[in-house]
Design a protein around this ligand. Sequence first.
Ligand code: MET
Ligand SMILES: [Zn+2]
Ligand SMILES: [Zn+2]
Length: 416
Amino acid sequence: MLPDKDGPGVGGGQSSPEGEDPSVSLFRDYLRLKTVHPEPDYGEIQKCSSVPICRSLSLQVCPGRVVSIMTWEGTNPSLKSILLNSHTDVVPVFQEHWKYDAFSAFKDAEGNIYARGSQDMKCVTIQYIQAVRRLKAEGWKPMRTVHLMFVPDEEVGGHKGMETFVKHPEFQKLNIGFALDEGLANPGEPFTVFYGERNPWWITVHCPGSPGHGSRFVENTAAEKLVSVIINSFLDFREKEKHRLNTSECFTLGDVTTVNMTMVKGGVAYNVIPAEMDVSFDLRIPPTVNLQEFERQIKQWCKEAGEDVTYEFAQKHMNQNVTSTEENDPWWSTFSAACKAMNMTLEKEIFPAATDSRFIRAVGIPAIGFSPMNRTPILLHDHNEYLNEQVFLKGISVYERLIPALASVPAFPDEA
Ligand code: MET
Ligand SMILES: [Zn+2]
Ligand SMILES: [Zn+2]
């Protein structure tokens, strides 16, 4: 249970080290919760996801998977609300490559806090909470309702999290008009904001072939199809896209398609030619690509490999909605004006990976991906992920300005 004031309290409530800002202590306590895949312990989150703002709701969307929502009701609750979304899970670590225990939240002499989730995205969760607490303490009241949402399983595709929850009647009841979710750090002075995402396609191609003795020139083997056609076609395309990215000044990673071969399966013995070999790819496709045409291309590669070559998807996101960043869009203009008033420079991009925003945008709600971290290397999913405490604290002040701005967007003509 999070305390009403600024003090720490998550996961056993360790006291603040001498002179440490209580928000930093709370952040470090939260980082120590092992919500790490493949078996995230979400138990403590359920206990602690509570700020006495107004009402809170916990919904088991799937067995063992809870979405928690804390609602700060607006003075005009019939207006569309603001969603502050964050996921509670983190990706695994290779501890032997870390300087410190990835779940100890060690802070070095420069104030860098090392932990899995320090950038992705436990920082944002605590920043939302602390900003809301400060606003509440100041006596400020939102006009539009503000929801803080804590979602499990983003890192494994969101099937038991946001993908399911956006179809739930309770989600509809939240009446969301605009959402904030995670972004990425920016190593320079500006902050990066994301108005869309690439579509993740996770594909496995099955290549059957003639088996036989490993000493012979058997015709039509699985390995020939796999290597000469499938792997070559996908990786040639990868080279072309890499070239396109490297030769265009204005492109970022989110503007091209990435292809990575991530798994290969097949074979039982050195001297037995296998009857099937499979290969899997992680594809990330920008919203500007014609997805039907792209799939036709994949079909064509498979056909060239052999009539019996088939494919299946483990992820195939098809929605290409992007959020308006036109100056006449009330949400965007409010968001960007608030940032400008804080002297922040914004860089607009397509998110290169995937977040829960894709499910929010797919149901027609505008969403901006934003994690207020500048002067910070991008270390999500990497060894030695860290965030500096000053950058973290600055982020709370950023939300302290952004939340009132967004919650005060005047009623639209179609709103009551
Ligand atoms: C495609 S599921 C999303 C998992 C993770 N956020 C990623 O981008 O890989
Ligand atoms: Zn994330
Ligand atoms: Zn992640």
